[in-house]
Design a protein around this ligand. Structure first.
Ligand code: IPE
Ligand code: IPE
Ligand code: MG
Length: 241
């Protein structure tokens, strides 16, 4: 647990990204199957989304399934997608009532059809909402996202619509899943691991990184506020003095 620090509610970061890690270890500690950890993780997520809205965070991005997570046993992967459908069914009304707009980052169309349908329904239902932008990273990988952008730009260059010297970071950013969104101010990772695991590689250039040992299912809104307070204590310099 991060030691007590007071959160300044007047300067809440605009974009918070989270690597929700530690579900498996949480379950293992209790002698439960890993999917029980993912289920507990969903419940933690529900509270963090709510608190984000209340605090006035504008963008919340959560890493739910990486392009590398397909390496896991088939029943765990299937279990994660099943839970995702349940989460969407259970939470959509409340998300919508709270004016939350759902976005998916990643090649989610490769998920099982029932999951794709449920995600697309959520996207459609919340598309005109103007509150918290809730980005769920699913079948997401930062390298994959950059490559996808580069391929599209290369296509335009090959078609003669753009010259190589006209390619800027801004143009590359327009083809990322996060097009139009600010970069994350802070990336939080739970469970004590201190790495990005292919998360938001382009967008994290100047993000502050905050790590906590708390396992994701135990990550409460109070711990969330403490991690945000740690972020607020940082000095961001962007290469300046
Ligand atoms: C994060 O928890 C959730 C996903 C990657 C889907 P883990 O499942 O990675 O939990 P640990 O790291 O094994 O404890
Ligand atoms: C990152 O966690 C992906 C998600 C939280 C969805 P992992 O548990 O998959 O990452 P590694 O394998 O420990 O780097
Ligand atoms: Mg993990």
């Amino acid at each position: 647990m991060i030691k007590d620090t007071i959160l300044d509610k007047e300067s809440i970061p605009a974009h918070v990204a989270i690597v929700m890690d530690g579900n498996g270890r949480w379950a293992k500690k209790r002698g439960l199957p890993r999917v029980a950890g993912h289920n507990a993780g969903m419940m933690a997520l529900k509270e963090i989304v709510k608190r984000s809205s209340v605090l006035g965070v504008k963008y919340l991005t959560v890493y739910a399934f990486s392009t590398e997570n397909w390496k896991r046993p088939e029943d765990e992967v299937k279990g994660i997608f099943k839970l995702l459908i349940i989460y969407m069914q259970k939470e959509l009304e409340e998300l919508h009532a709270n004016n939350v707009k759902v976005h998916i980052l990643g090649d989610y169309r490769k998920l099982p059809k029932d999951a794709v349908d449920s995600l697309e329904y959520s996207l459609e239902k919340t598309k005109n909402n103007t509150g918290l932008h809730f980005n769920i990273a699913l079948n997401y990988g930062g390298r994959d996202e950059i490559l996808r952008s580069v391929r599209k730009i290369a296509g335009e260059v090959a078609a003669g619509a753009m010259a190589p010297e006209d390619i800027t970071g801004e143009i590359l950013g327009k083809y990322l899943y996060t097009a139009g969104m600010p970069d994350p101010d802070v990336i939080i990772r739970t469970s004590g691991e201190e790495r990005l695991s292919n998360y938001l590689l382009w967008q994290s250039a100047y993000s502050e990184l905050v790590f906590t040992d708390v396992l994701w299912p135990d990550f409460t809104p109070e711990e969330y506020e403490r991690t945000l307070a740690v972020y607020q204590g940082r000095k961001r310099r962007y290469g300046g003095v």
